[in-house]
Design a protein around this ligand. Structure first.
Ligand SMILES: [Fe+2]
Length: 206
């Protein structure tokens, strides 16, 4: 499956979502999407209502549950996971027999060490991390938004960001700055014993 962690479009148009669906549909894979701060939920949900596309959905396979959650706040670059969304996550995990969980969200649940970027992060990251830890089943959380790589362990949960399929932000920068790195994606392989492999793949510059 393909997991797209938000900011599918930039120009607030239904036509942009149509273009996204045309491009991703050619992969012949299920495409699981969650919104980012640049998405328009109403347009996004409408564009993704028919398979192979899925909006904020969950999927179970190989003793893993994969759950997408919404971390966006309307009209704001920074995010926050609402109480209702955390409750939905808890309920989805409780309803599943899978021993392992991967959570997908747009905003980083941890600080990135970049002054400007951390002002538009996740305002309840600590609460979200505590909730993931409490479940005892979450092994992995992946996010987007930061346009750079991140990979670290927090209380036994691996937290991973994948660079953008567009341009990248300079890591550690105090002010907004574009990096010269090319687009990238990541392959993650989830094993039934709860372990996983991941590989970051940089594409050639266009
Ligand atoms: Fe974003």
């Amino acid at each position: 499956m393909v997991a797209v962690t938000g900011d599918l479009i930039q120009d607030d148009s239904a036509a942009a979502y149509e273009r996204f669906c045309d491009l991703l549909g050619d992969l012949n894979l299920p495409v699981y999407c969650i919104p980012g701060n640049h998405d328009i939920r109403k347009l996004m949900r409408a564009a993704l209502q028919v398979p192979p596309f899925h909006y904020c959905a969950s999927h179970e396979a190989n003793d893993w549950l994969i759950v997408g959650i919404d971390s966006c706040v309307s009209e704001q670059a920074g995010g926050s996971v609402a109480k209702e969304e955390l409750a939905r996550l808890d309920a989805t995990i409780a309803a599943s027999d899978a021993a392992n969980v991967m959570v997908c969200l747009h905003h980083p649940p941890v600080a990135m060490g970049s002054k400007w970027l951390d002002t538009v992060g996740l305002d309840n990251g600590d609460e979200v991390l505590a909730r993931l830890t409490k479940s005892g089943k979450v092994r992995l959380a992946i996010f987007g938004h930061v346009h750079q790589t991140y990979d670290a362990d927090h209380d036994g949960i691996r937290i991973i960001a994948t660079p953008s399929t567009c341009s990248q932000f300079a890591p550690g920068s105090d002010e907004f700055a574009i990096d010269d790195k090319p687009p990238a994606y990541r392959r993650i392989e989830l094993h039934a014993d709860g372990s996983f492999d991941n590989e970051l793949i940089w594409l050639p510059h266009a």
